[in-house]
Design a protein around this ligand. Structure first.
Ligand SMILES: Cc1cc2nc3c(=O)[nH]c(=O)nc-3n(C[C@H](O)[C@H](O)[C@H](O)COP(=O)(O)O)c2cc1C
Length: 186
């Protein structure tokens, strides 16, 4: 697939089924991630893959986190949290690993990790893999961070859900560049 075609037409795919991306496809996903622009070449990212029964354990972690955050959480809400990681055969947790640096502030390191996530979405689309970037409360929860083994300097940037699209992809919305672009002449 042409690069511009992937850039213009990538869409999120919320409904994902098995099979998960193959080993070869995953290599291409991570290779694309690692080409993210990266001030200082800090490589401020790491990735966790979660699949099979580990998704159930992640769901339990989410439910525990919700219970800690809200002792009155309803059984429905807890079940919803439990089911979240089951929405795709493969999850990739994109983690920004922030270091103190004289020239590269935290925001730039998180952006670089976000670019890595976007690279994975584009590489997924180019290979016919469905993918969607999600965050939500579980991306910013201390209990989840601990359960996933994050250090104090790490942030969850994305839960990428990946798999086979259940149905035909929707068409990408076409926005007019002129609505967002102005010439600045000083
Ligand atoms: C940082 C970030 C976090 C996001 N978190 C969520 C989320 O938690 N739930 C969700 O439905 N979409 C989330 N999205 C948006 C979707 O990934 C997607 O981009 C959006 O639905 C638009 O669809 P499109 O990518 O096909 O244009 C997030 C996007 C970004 C960049």
């Amino acid at each position: 697939m042409e690069a511009l075609d992937a850039l213009f037409n990538r869409v999120s795919v919320p409904r994902l089924v098995a099979p998960a991306p193959t080993a070869e496809q995953r290599q291409a996903l991570f290779r694309a991630a690692l080409r993210a622009p990266d001030h200082g070449q800090l490589r401020p990212w790491r990735f966790l893959t979660v699949e099979g029964e580990a998704r159930q354990r992640m769901g339990e972690l989410f439910a525990e986190a919700l219970n800690i955050a809200d002792a009155d959480a309803s059984p429905e809400a807890l079940n919803k949290a439990r089911g979240m990681p089951l929405r795709a055969p493969l999850l990739v947790v994109v983690i920004a690993c922030v270091q103190v640096h004289p020239k590269v502030p935290e925001s730039e390191q998180v952006i670089a990790a976000g670019c890595a996530a976007h690279g994975m979405l584009l590489a997924a689309h180019a290979q016919g893999i469905g993918a969607v970037w999600r965050t939500g409360d579980m991306a910013y929860d201390a209990h989840v961070a601990k359960g996933l083994g994050l250090s104090a300097d790490e942030r969850i940037v994305a839960y990428l859900y990946l798999g086979t699209p259940e149905r035909e992809l929707r068409r990408a919305p076409e926005l007019a560049a002129e609505d967002f672009v102005r010439v600045w002449n000083g």
